[in-house]
Write a protein that binds this ligand. Structure first.
Ligand code: NAP
Length: 525
């Protein structure tokens, strides 16, 4: 399939007449063909109006059609073959194997949501029978189901050009909920976005759905994204990226005449608590695995372990030595964009200036737009006194915080901002300390791991990829896993509606064969 540089507005391909944009190959330090015509408020309005017109036909289409639509997207993405992988590689400098894995994850995610749609538990169908003889007042017949919120705007992330972008988790979960989607193409992977967008556009047509179910807009600068979030047809926003970008969209959404929710996944340093028993048992292997996780994918993961918190002592010294040696062997590597590489360089400079001791630096080479790994150490006292030491640096760096005793470790834990994850490395003799930490960490994070590393987020029913601010703008949600669908649903209660008007999911004979909560009992009733 050829990349044309056009926007996809419903069933049409439209060349924007605004400032042109080009994708960039960070490894070769060169611009890529073709030029993309930038769109503006006019194209955003057209995409949003089409999405609004498509909303009712799409949400009322049979659930089986919706599920097959998600599967058709998966098939069409796979059919793009190497064209997609090669373009994503050129635009992101990510290795082929990583991108193939990411494609498999994207497809798996779409299929997970297809099976979720069929199963129907997300409808939360609930029936409370009327009690006409109840005293002192009769109870009405009450029935509840969840309905989609309306058209959703999606902003993908630079670091997952497939799994967190045009057909990523936000789009898949919004489609599964019954919401049309307008995606704002990420400037770092314009060609990849167009290819995947065309795969979705084709699936819309193949599934016989209204064209406005999906659009992809492209534009230079922030203006197009701002116009999208401000458009009255948009009812919710999914975003992954920087704290600054996420907060800008939260602000625009809150200032609309009719404010809407923004589910922004933003920044996290993912503390890893290396408890004394674990350090005594395996400081060397733990250090090696830690440095692998810090430098994996040039550290460009929102779940990168940017902080280790441990108690002072000889086993921590062994861990620090082993980690420093392992990191020195890691070379500089090309980052996703020149801007992200520059932000990383500024971040480590600021960490040097904040007084953290640099323990080790990776091996310099001539890779373009690259990041040089760096490992730091500081005391708990300094960490507690310097808020900037807790800031996320997106890239292959991490800070080891040395605590004098358990109480100081707990103080550091209490002092942390909201996070996507926290990790405990522990042995059985660490359980009493872990028990003290757990209630603190539960209040701070969306996922708590033991004896693992947070990089690598499973797409499943129990996954939570979320957490309190600033990890996200809404700690009640996840952007990965089946529960992500909840962000784009809202409950409606139907009181005493005649049977002829009831939605299928709530009719007495249960024609969709759903599991329902009927008079307090859950079952296929
Ligand atoms: P970003 O700069 O926040 O951009 C994400 C998307 O939002 C892009 O499409 C961007 O497009 C748009 N956007 C950003 N600011 C906007 C604004 N004020 N108004 C309207 N739209 C806006 O994130 P990124 O490019 O993916 O990476 C940059 C930094 O984000 C990294 O250095 C890292 O710190 C962080 N990051 C975090 C995660 C995470 O998972 N938490 C993932 C990736 C990156 P335009 O710029 O074209 O408007």
């Amino acid at each position: 399939m050829k990349i044309t540089g056009e926007m996809l507005i419903g069933a049409s391909a439209v060349r924007g007449t605004g400032a042109a944009l080009r994708a960039f190959d960070p490894a070769r330090n060169t611009e890529l063909e073709p030029a993309f015509g930038g769109g503006g408020a006019e194209e955003v309005a057209r995409a949003c109006e089409l999405a609004e017109a498509a909303f009712d036909p799409y949400r009322f289409a049979p659930l089986e059609t919706r599920a097959q639509f998600l599967e058709a997207i998966a098939d069409n993405i796979l059919a793009l073959g190497d064209t997609l992988i090669e373009r994503a590689q050129a635009e992101s400098a990510l290795p082929k194997a990583r991108l193939e894995g990411e494609r498999a994850r994207t497809i798996g995610q779409l299929k997970l949501f297809a099976s979720l749609v069929r199963e129907g538990r997300w409808l939360a169908a609930t029936l409370d029978s009327a009690q006409p003889d109840r005293k002192p007042l009769p109870r009405p017949d009450l029935r509840l189901q969840k309905i989609p919120v309306g058209p959703v705007a999606v902003f993908g992330a630079s670091n997952f050009p497939l799994a967190f972008s045009v057909a990523g988790g936000d789009t898949a979960s919004a489609f599964a909920a019954g919401c049309p989607v307008v995606v704002k193409s990420h400037p770092a992977h314009l060609g990849t976005s167009e290819l995947v967008g065309r795969a979705i556009q084709k699936a819309v047509a193949e599934s016989g759905l209204p064209e406005g179910v999906f659009s992809l807009v492209v534009g230079a600068g922030n203006a197009i994204g701002e116009a999208l979030v401000a458009h009255p047809a948009i009812r919710s926003v999914g975003f992954t990226g920087s704290r600054r970008g996420g907060l800008a969209l939260v602000g625009i959404a809150a200032q609309r005449p009719e404010p809407i929710p923004v589910f922004a996944e933003m920044s996290s340093v993912n503390p890893l608590f290396a408890l004394p028993g674990a350090l005594a048992a395996r400081s060397d292997t733990l250090a090696a695995a830690y440095i692998e996780s810090v430098t994996l994918g040039v550290g460009q993961f929102c779940t990168n372990p940017g902080l280790v918190i441990a108690l002072d002592g000889p086993h921590l010294d062994e861990f620090i030595d082993a980690a420093a040696h392992a990191l020195e062997k890691k070379g500089a590597q090309t980052m996703l964009t020149a801007g992200i590489a520059a932000a990383y360089a500024d971040g480590v400079k600021a960490r040097d200036a904040a007084g953290a001791a640099r323990l080790a630096t990776g091996a310099q080479n001539d890779a373009a737009c690259s990041a040089l790994p760096a490992l730091y150490q500081t005391s708990a006292e300094a960490f507690l006194a310097s808020p900037q030491l807790a800031d996320e640096i997106f890239g292959p760096t991490s800070l080891i915080v040395v605590c004098g005793d358990e109480d100081e470790m707990l103080n550091v834990a209490r002092h942390l901002e909201g996070q996507l994850t926290a990790t405990l490395h522990l042995e059985s003799d660490d359980l009493p300390l872990a028990r003290r930490l757990l209630p603190v960490l539960e209040r701070k994070v969306g996922r708590i791991l033991a004896n693992g590393f947070p990089t690598g987020v499973e797409v499943s029913y129990a996954m939570v990829h979320g957490g309190p601010y600033p990890a996200t703008s809404d700690s009640r949600a996840t952007s990965v896993g089946a529960m992500a669908i909840e962000r784009f649903l809202r409950p409606v209660c139907y009181q005493d509606l005649p049977a002829a008007l009831l939605p299928q999911a709530l009719s007495d004979d249960n024609p969709l064969n759903l599991w329902r909560l009927r008079d307090g009992e859950l079952g296929p009733n």
